[in-house]
Design a protein around this ligand. Sequence first.
Ligand code: CP
Length: 308
Amino acid sequence: MNDKKVRSLVSILDLSTDEINSLMNVADDIEKNPDKYREKCKGKILSTIFYEPSTRTRLSFESAMLSLGGSVISTADSKSSSAAKGESVGDTVRVISNYADIIAMRHHKEGAPVVAAMKATVPIINAGDGGHFHPTQTLADLLTIRRSKGKLSGLTIGLCGDLMFGRTVHSLIEAMLRYPDNTYILIAPNELRLPEYMREALDKAGAKWEETPSLEYAMPKLDILYMTRVQKERFFNEEDYVRLKDTYILDEEKLKTAKSDLAILHPLPRVNEISVAVDDDPRAKYFYQTLCGKQMRMALIMLLLGIE
Ligand code: CP
């Protein structure tokens, strides 16, 4: 959070562990008692400004605010806003601060939400900045894991696919490092291995971790399998993308060696990395994860607006 009178969420590190746990408790209460929350944000306006494509994050933010009784104003792409005329992020959010009580922003440039949080006079929520962070996806992931496994510690977590550019992976590791006794298996080809600063974060936290290119090797050990898409939009070179895009395809055959209570997560969208046949497996949690995302965003909006 910044130290101004408004709180923003740029990185998952901006929330204390107690706050994350409390957000999950509120999300559980929203699940049980949705009527209690129907007017919590009456009279409040959320602005979503998204300069990169999105389905889940933007619509779940908007659905969250509407379910809290608030309203939404939206810019779904940079071409239809004055960003196309060269307006800066800082100027844009200063203006929108006059129209909305809270802003959820996705930007292709890493660090854009930091600039936005300095210039806005209302809370900024980072809804994904380039290959950097995606803290509200992490909130969705944490709730999905807690509801699936009943805990956030003592788990063996496999992170598979694009660990280099996968902002959801970076934020999830940062968050899970707060919970004790987790083991991380990083499953990626050499070109897409976890960045050095994240490997250093694992070491600094004293976490147990290993790297492997083999999903088959990791599978029997895992409590959580976090699949990710190889992201075409992060590659400078089409040839490298084509070579790496289908490195991992999770199918029923590969799941034969998995634990019966494995939880399979994916931030979505998926392309080829999980076979459609896996969707009917009770261990597939990735569509349920999108509901958890809406409930956590409801809880977060209330927290940042100071609503009990
Ligand atoms: N998980 C996620 O960020 O999905 P969208 O890109 O559709 O928002």
